[in-house]
Design a protein around this ligand. Structure first.
Ligand code: ZN
Length: 236
């Protein structure tokens, strides 16, 4: 496949989805840089996983594509407060139907910051791992939210920015299948072992689907997706 000559910036948290997106971008674009956000997450383990994953991906078959990593401190989200992602409160559904892990405005802010960085670095594609399929109730992960944002950002910096969301219509099982297609067993194993999904920040034992508490909604989604993917691979 011929490489897309555009230069991409991947919103890379160190989770399964963004790690798969990073591999997707590496297989497609001429240059790929990464951006991460430290916003006082309950756990910093996800940020620690980023380096491991980047190191692992550098060994794989996309030589010279992976460029600089940028980590921005977004303490302002902590000042706004009030989410189970940042405070030591139990994960539950709120009266408005959204999980209390929802951080209002987070993805809007992240993409805006990413667009500002992309402008400075001459990057024109912003890649994010948002998905509507395993819809966790986050309105800022919706396709239309991000399409509207793409228009606003392109107008706002007077440059044609594209927001690419390769996982938008893929569920977790299909996300594992994508990793397999992009980088085979080696990539699946890297993501299984070194990406982090658990809301509670637990690493613990290595399950067949990866590390995590196994109980929180994020772990359950990941474990279920893994099992589905394995089941489908066997039946094919
Ligand atoms: Zn968990």
């Amino acid at each position: 496949m011929t490489l897309d000559s555009r230069r991409a910036l991947v919103l890379f948290s160190g989770g399964q989805d963004s790690a798969t997106c990073l591999a997707w971008a590496l297989s497609r674009y001429a240059v790929v840089e990464t951006i991460g956000f430290d916003y006082g997450q309950r756990h910093h383990v996800e940020l620690a996983c980023r380096e491991q994953l980047r190191r692992g991906l550098l060994q794989m078959h996309w030589p010279g594509v992976l460029g600089d990593d940028h980590l921005l401190h977004v303490d302002v989200l902590r000042e706004l407060g009030g989410s189970a992602m940042q405070d030591e409160v139990a994960i539950r559904m709120q009266a408005d139907g959204l999980p209390n892990t929802f951080v209002p405005g987070r993805n809007l802010l992240f993409f805006t910051l990413a667009a500002a960085l992309a402008y400075r670095r001459g990057l024109t594609v912003l890649v994010g791992g948002m998905s509507e399929t395993d819809y966790s109730g986050y309105p800022d992960c919706r396709d239309n939210t991000l399409k509207a944002l793409q228009v606003a950002l392109s107008l706002g910096v007077e440059r044609p920015l594209v927001i690419a969301t390769p996982l938008m219509w893929r569920d977790k099982a299909q996300t594992w299948a994508l990793a397999q297609a992009l980088g085979g067993e080696a990539l699946v194993e890297l993501i299984r072992r070194d990406s982090h999904t658990c809301y509670l920040g637990e690493r613990g034992a290595l399950h067949d689907w990866g590390h995590g508490c196994g109980q929180c909604p994020a772990c359950q989604l990941r474990a279920h997706g893994w099992a589905e993917w394995k089941r489908k691979s066997v039946s094919q």
